[in-house]
Design a protein around this ligand. Structure first.
Ligand code: HEC
Length: 365
């Protein structure tokens, strides 16, 4: 495929994805054609728009958007995509099928259309997308794997405490509370943006993610406070620049938050989501670029906003440094069939106080 075709295609993608609609930041392509199918799909989506229809209404909402953009930009949580620009699992699913597999869903591209011209219409139905999305939402929770070896148990526990003490936990927040029954997963999700199935487009499908009918192990409401499920994801869901600057191996020359034609696309990006660490140990390679193969390499590669923590890590004794790594190694996607959140063998973590390190109460069930 030549470059021009490629750019046209990306441009179509971006229109369909609604990326960067601000004309002031977009360099207009020399020639801009869209297939009839993409046009029809976009028109169909526009009909579902619930935004203001009058001139006055549009002006008012324009001011709202500006205000919102200025004051609340950092408070919109987009937990998916390494650069934090995808808001829901369904959006991710639709994007990935299209961009990675060349499979176009009817909800985004319209019924009975063949947007990529491969001779196949209706490649993915709304039910297909719902099924894949809900499957992802219901996957088992990761949890610590701690061999029953007193030496390793001691190191993991030491590392877990050091992780907090040297400041890693300021970004990799060990656990965040999920309340307001956020564990009842809904599809269509209220967060699905346009060009994805949205609330009201189809009957709601609700799944209780704490249900024992789903594959174990699962996160459960806290015994002491059943209104909260603690999620030990080790992230703050924020973007951070932890590079030394534009020359850093982790600095990206392109900014994927913008469409190919946007000026900012070529300005590069150094802000990425704090990686969730649950499940990190058996999901190498590390960082958004996957260039690091070990956990230690990843820790030492932190700089910029995180500079103080690798420095504090380096200042630890060798035993303490190794303990932090032992702790990170315990955070794993659990083997299929695991019933408990802490393995090997179901057991609470931290261990009871009689076990040599003065721990007070078991934290997890
Ligand atoms: C200022 C926030 C911040 C602090 C403090 C911080 N991190 Fe990170 N960490 C990040 C970000 C952001 C990434 C992802 C970087 C990327 O993808 O380019 C990351 C990635 C990682 C990864 C790679 C995980 C993976 O799956 O790719 C590990 C391991 C990690 N951090 C451990 C630590 C440890 C240990 C400390 C303390 C010594 C620490 N971090 C301190 C923000 C932070």
């Amino acid at each position: 495929m030549n470059n021009e075709q490629n750019n046209e295609e990306k441009n179509e993608q971006n229109e369909a994805l609604n990326i960067d609609n601000d004309p002031s930041t977009v360099v207009q392509p020399r020639k801009k054609t869209m297939s009839e199918a993409a046009l029809a799909a976009n028109r169909a989506n526009a009909k579902k728009c619930t935004g203001p229809k009058t001139r006055e209404g549009k002006f008012k909402s324009c001011l709202n958007a500006l205000k919102h953009g200025l004051y609340s930009h950092n408070f919109i949580i987009r937990p998916w995509h390494q650069a934090g620009n995808v808001i829901s699992l369904r959006e991710f699913t639709n994007n990935s099928f299209h961009q990675h597999h060349g499979i176009q869903s009817t909800e985004r591209f319209g019924l009975d259309t063949d947007p990529d011209g491969d001779g196949i219409k209706n490649e993915l139905t709304r039910a297909d997308v719902t099924a894949v999305t809900v499957w992802q939402a219901t996957l088992q929770a990761p949890g610590p794997v701690i061999p029953r070896d007193p030496e390793i148990e001691k190191a993991v526990w030491n590392g877990e405490q050091l992780f907090e003490r040297i400041g890693c936990a300021s970004c990799h927040i060990p656990r965040l509370p999920l309340d307001r029954r956020g564990w009842i997963y809904e599809e269509p999700s209220p967060y699905n943006p346009s060009t994805n199935l949205r609330k009201g487009d189809a009957p709601d499908l609700r799944v209780d993610l704490t249900s024992d009918r789903l594959p174990a192990p699962r996160l459960k409401p806290e015994l002491a406070n059943p209104a909260v499920v603690w999620v030990p994801a080790y992230t703050d869901f924020q973007l951070h620049d932890i590079t030394t600057g534009p020359e850093d191996i982790s600095a990206e020359p392109l900014d994927m938050n913008f469409g190919t034609w946007a000026v900012n696309f070529g300005k590069g990006n150094r802000k990425f989501l704090t990686k969730r660490l649950w499940g990190a140990a058996n999901e190498p390679p590390y960082f958004h670029h996957g260039l690091f193969t070990t956990l230690r390499e990843s820790v030492l590669a932190h700089s910029g906003e995180a500079l103080a923590t690798p420095q504090a890590f380096q200042a630890l004794s060798e035993y303490d440094r190794n303990s932090v790594i032992e702790f990170l190694k315990s955070l794993q996607v659990l083997p299929p069939g695991t019933k408990s959140l802490v393995v090997d063998q179901p057991r609470p973590w931290p261990l009871a106080p009689d076990a040599n390190r003065g721990v007070e109460t078991p934290r997890s069930n």
